[in-house]
Design a protein around this ligand. Structure first.
Ligand code: CP
Ligand code: NVA
Length: 319
């Protein structure tokens, strides 16, 4: 039996496993020393073919806090960057290290790596998905909504028996490009079952495979070209950069997306206790106004911190 678990997309986990990760993340957040022997003696490689601040540092720190040893590898310094095939890189590294976190371009590339590596692999962002981010985002939503509703400040209390009720009854509205964040929200919706609306310009289209897979799994999401309607009654509004890493800086694309900026009108149409999330880095006054971003900045930077706690819980489960 093959017991290797990868986390290449949200679909690699069941809803119950996601709830377990969220609960564990709350405990790990409340006590940073918890789980400190879990990766004792383990060497975890980080291969990043794109830039990163949060993902790289939160995973490196997370591996260290769990007692393991992170090894960051930039393709600039590797033979990978000079054309050594990913399958050969994977077969070599699997003889040295115990797990890997990969940030790369095509989803097929991380899948190929995982196929040859034969030890757990975590997706640290591809063109198609950003699953570690999306689990962090839903953790941040729970935490915030639960704190509001239960009037508590303790993170550990946030992940209680009411987690499923909170999540299933959310309306989440995403604004912007049909990119890896939009796709990850679609995946998460299919597993966890909240209401999801994606507001984007006419002519922008969700990847056929992503939409098809969601449908196959009983997922449901709406695409709207009217940002005020999309925001109506939302519990969470969120966005991402208009131009992702690896994409051309096309002004025409930015111009089309500009009307979907998250501004006061969006926030005013959402619920009174709406929260705003952004995976960062942010382009102020492009996908969100400076005023809205600063108004919700404390939760956005909490979201950034939560990468660490959620990813530690994912690594405990996989590595
Ligand atoms: N949100 C996120 O993944 O940030 P980095 O690109 O800095 O890792
Ligand atoms: N969609 C963005 C996310 C950055 C964290 C990108 O892929 O560049």
């Amino acid at each position: 039996m093959n017991s290797i678990r990868n986390f290449l997309s949200v679909y690699d986990l069941t809803a119950d496993e996601i709830y377990d990760i969220l609960s564990r993340a709350a405990l790990l957040k409340a006590d940073r020393t918890l789980g400190s022997g879990c990766l004792k003696g383990k060497k975890i490689g980080l291969i990043f073919e794109k830039s990163s601040t949060r993902t790289r540092v939160s995973f490196e720190v997370g591996v260290m806090e769990l007692g393991g040893y992170p090894i960051f590898m930039s393709p600039r310094d590797m033979q990978l960057g000079r054309g050594e095939p990913i399958k050969d890189t994977a077969r070599v590294l699997s003889r040295y290290i115990d797990g890997a976190i990969i940030r790369t371009f095509e989803q097929a590339r991380i899948e190929e790596f995982a196929g040859y590596f034969k030890k757990p692999v975590i997706n640290g962002l591809t063109d198609l998905y950003h699953p570690a981010q999306i689990l962090t985002d839903i953790f941040t939503v729970y935490e915030a909504k639960s704190k509001m509703r239960n009037n508590t400040n303790k993170a550990a209390d946030a992940i209680a028996g009411d987690a499923g009720d909170i999540i299933k009854n959310l309306k989440i509205a995403y604004f912007g490009d049909a990119n890896n964040m939009a796709n990850s929200w679609i995946n998460l919706q299919a597993v966890m079952g909240f209401e999801l609306v994606l507001a984007m310009p006419d002519g922008f289209k969700i990847d056929d495979l992503v939409a098809g897979e969601s449908q196959k799994r009983g997922g449901r999401f709406a695409v709207s070209h009217n940002k005020i309607q999309a925001a109506n009654n939302a519990d969470v509004v969120t966005t991402d950069v208009f131009i992702s890493m690896g994409q051309n800086e096309e002004q025409a694309k930015i111009d089309k997306l500009k009307p979907f900026i998250i501004d006061d009108a969006v926030i005013d149409n959402a619920k009174d206790d709406v929260i705003f999330l952004h995976c960062l880095p942010v382009h102020r006054n492009e996908e969100v106004t400076e005023a809205v971003f600063e108004r919700f900045s404390s939760i956005v930077f909490e979201e950034a911190e939560n990468r660490l706690h959620v990813q530690k819980a994912i690594m405990e489960m996989l590595f």
